[in-house]
Design a protein around this ligand. Structure first.
Ligand code: SF4
Length: 504
């Protein structure tokens, strides 16, 4: 069991009423007593006529799509030639989804499976880890201001995380984590756990940011900011947009301003304009000049032009310099997504007057929009498997950490490749869109339940002190699972699989 303190005596233990015929689930520290025909507190386990059963079927990824590379290239000599792909063409992979959990941690993982490969035996250790230390990193493709960095993100009024450092064209949330799961009130922990579970299972979650926006986030779908479905991820910052389209504007207009919350670009001053021989236009931008043609802080953050609060683009301009500007000069102002634009001609007083956008310029504005990618919300589950979960794999847990670090053991989550953080422990991230649907569960400690698999050669498994007596043949495991109900997911299709239904 991963990182679930064994001292959770304050966990919500479910006790049987006096005299009731119940069995005890020992798959997590809650240790529910479950009556016949009923489920435990997490709905993952049930009492079926006195037998404790895991309710979700074991999920198996059926390989064989022609998109896949062979598990080992033709003529490869065994695991030494292994490229780390645990699925591979023609290979069936037993994921940990529906595998169940063992508790306490020293018990061997639910399935330790051998499978011949390239003339060698490989072993996959399969378990559903219970993660008290886990969370989600959420990338929201939008320019719009969702709230200040470090602001709390709330669900049902409870803080479940915060806005973290923004990235290029995207806002970022850091959600969950042990502080919100265990360090606040009981309600905060429960709400955090439920929100993480929904996000990781690709269900929509409504959240609000302190002093910021109302969000609806669904993994793999367009984010909804203040009730508006975001359509486009910006093509770049204002300066980058100038750099990309300067050639196409040249000769069609005297000045272009690309309005952006971070770096607003001005064509005639920008290096692109200079290299094209453009004359200074005498434009004056309100804001802090960084380098030529690049301005910071032209307005406050907002949900209008380029992620600013600008609704009238002229509001970011000062008076034109009469030494440079001239009547009849043309000016295009556009946002970084091409969603907003305005065209002006300077009158006799050098004041910009709105004018119809000429067709050729319109085509370039449309090209900005064309170059924007669809806005998507991405959810990466992040967890730490460096704790007690390792004892289900080996009697010497540090040996598993070293084996993972030495790339002898491959870590996957529901068959999806996990990114491993450098440094100590087994701290990993995985894109929930790469995993089969409904891969996550939860327990009321509260903690998330996530599938995790460790794959290595049988020799390496023995060398790291693995539970070799528990190793079972793949066919045997599948036979047993089929008898109980098996969910089969085609490989390579989890991204396109039905998002809401089971992919079986
Ligand atoms: S919460 Fe779920 S896993 Fe934990 S003891 Fe109860 S039924 Fe078993």
């Amino acid at each position: 069991m991963t990182d679930t303190p064994s001292s959770e005596s304050a966990s919500p233990e479910i006790l049987p009423p006096p005299g009731a015929e119940k069995i005890r689930c020992d798959a997590c520290p809650v240790l529910c007593y479950i009556a016949d025909g009923r489920t435990g507190a997490c709905d993952r386990y049930a009492n079926r006529h006195g037998e404790l059963v895991r309710l979700d079927p074991l999920t198996i990824i059926k390989a064989g799509t022609d998109k896949l590379v062979p598990f080992l290239p033709e003529g490869a000599g065994g695991p030494d030639d292994w490229d780390g792909d645990v699925l591979g063409n023609g290979r069936t992979f037993v994921t940990a989804i529906g595998a169940g959990t063992t508790y306490p941690d020293y018990k061997p993982a639910p399935f330790i499976i051998s499978q011949p490969l390239g003339g060698e035996d490989m072993v996959t250790v399969v378990t559903e880890g219970i993660f008290s230390y886990c969370g989600a990193k959420v990338k929201i493709d939008t320019d719009r201001h969702i709230g200040p960095e470090r602001a709390f993100v709330r669900v049902a009024g409870e803080p479940i995380g915060h806005v973290t450092t923004g990235e290029y064209g995207s806002k970022m949330l850091s959600l969950g984590g042990v502080e919100h799961l265990t360090g606040g009130t009981k309600k905060e922990g429960r709400v955090t756990c439920e929100a993480l579970l929904s996000l990781c299972n690709r269900e929509p979650v409504e959240m609000s940011v302190d002093d910021g926006a109302e969000l609806v986030i669904t993994a793999g779908e367009a984010p909804i900011v203040n009730g508006v479905t975001e359509a486009r991820m910006r093509v770049g910052c204002g300066s980058a947009t100038i750099g990309m389209f300067a050639m196409q504007w040249h000769g069609l207009v005297d000045e272009v301003v690309v309005v952006d919350d971070h770096i607003t670009g001005v064509l005639s001053e920008h290096q692109s304009g200079r290299l094209l021989g453009m004359e200074p236009s005498g434009i004056r931008i309100k804001g802090r000049r960084s380098t030529p043609g690049r301005y910071f802080q032209v307005a406050d953050p907002g949900t209008d032009w380029g992620g600013t609060n600008v609704t009238d683009p002229l509001s970011i301009l000062g008076p034109f310099d009469p030494r440079r500007a001239r009547p009849g000069m043309t000016l295009l102002m556009v946002s970084t997504t091409g969603e907003q634009w305005a065209y002006f001609v300077l009158d006799e007083g050098l004041v910009p007057q709105p004018a119809p956008l000429p067709g050729p310029l319109h085509a370039v504005v449309e090209r900005i929009a064309e170059n924007c990618e669809p806005a998507v919300a991405s959810v990466l589950f992040m967890g730490g498997a460096g704790g007690s979960l390792r004892a289900g794999v080996t009697q010497n847990p540090i040996a598993l950490t070293r084996s993972v670090r030495d790339a002898l053991t491959r870590v996957t989550c529901g068959g999806a490749p996990a990114y491993l953080w450098p440094g100590g422990g087994i701290t990993f991230m995985v894109d929930v869109m790469d995993m089969p649907t409904n891969a996550f569960g939860s327990v009321p400690t509260p903690a998330l339940v996530a599938p995790i698999e460790f794959t290595m050669s049988a020799a390496d498994y023995a060398a790291l002190g693995g539970h070799v007596d528990e190793v079972r043949d793949m066919a045997d495991v599948i036979r047993e699972a089929e008898a109980k109900g098996l969910r089969t997911v085609p490989n390579g299709t989890s991204r396109s699989a039905s998002k809401r239904g089971k992919a079986a």
